[in-house]
Design a protein around this ligand. Structure first.
Ligand code: HEC
Length: 201
């Protein structure tokens, strides 16, 4: 519960920073506050990326790489190891999908993908995902935004760079037996976060 309330606080701070109309005065005046899909995606991403960076730097990198007291592994239960940062992210995304199922107003999905995936399930599937991941790899520091139609529905899709922020990101991917790429350096774009928001028909 503690984490959820921190995230909500962070989201409202992010929303305020993004210049959204969330002022209580405006709400009490009876106006419906509005938020663009881009501003919503940007705010969500800021929270996701900050949580991901904190977990990687303050937990995984510190305990695995610096203090060497525990490992991080996809078989974390059998090996009594830490959950990988990518698994932490996916477990959160799966729980969001499950909890949002009966909340029609909370309508978005997100995933961590890469053009060089350790897990082939994390390869891009739609044209927008492929173009977006290539764009963020070629244009460091920029995000990619597009609209796409899937199964007869229109979506706003945002792709944000996922950066190798800690030495452990780079070393684990470069050394992983299933990794198709082994020359990652710190600060490189290693993949991307895809956030998809349905648009009214
Ligand atoms: C100890 C190993 C390890 C560490 C540390 C690690 N990763 Fe990964 N990463 C993996 C594995 C294994 C997967 C595949 C997980 C899955 O989906 O089953 C993965 C998945 C990913 C993906 C999705 C695409 C893919 O390769 O499957 C991205 C992007 C990614 N990691 C980037 C990073 C970044 C950036 C960091 C640091 C913030 C990081 N990783 C830290 C092992 C690691």
């Amino acid at each position: 519960m503690k984490k959820a309330s921190i995230s909500i606080l962070a989201l409202s701070v992010a929303a305020a920073a993004a210049g959204l109309s969330v002022a209580t005065a405006e709400m009490s005046a009876g106006n419906t506050p509005s938020i663009t899909p881009k501003a919503m995606a940007d705010a969500l991403h800021l929270v996701m990326d900050s949580d991901r960076t904190v977990y990687t730097q303050k937990i995984v990198n510190r305990l695995v790489k610096k203090d060497k007291v525990i490992t991080a592994s996809e078989h974390f239960e059998d090996e009594q190891a830490l959950v990988l940062p990518a698994q932490m992210f996916r477990f959160g995304s799966e729980l969001v999908a499950q909890r949002a199922a009966d909340k029609p107003d909370v309508n978005f999905t997100y995933s961590l993908q890469s053009l060089w995936p350790v897990n082939r399930q994390n390869a891009p599937k739609t044209e927008v995902e492929k173009t977006g991941l290539q764009f963020i790899a070629d244009n460091k520091g920029e995000n990619y935004y597009a609209e796409e139609e899937l199964g007869g529905k229109r979506y706003f899709t945002a792709v944000y760079p996922d950066i190798g922020v800690a030495p452990v990101c780079v070393s684990c991917h470069n050394d992983h037996k299933d990794s198709p790429r082994r020359d990652f350096k710190i600060g490189d774009v290693m993949g991307g976060v895809v956030i998809r928001i349905p648009l009214g028909s």
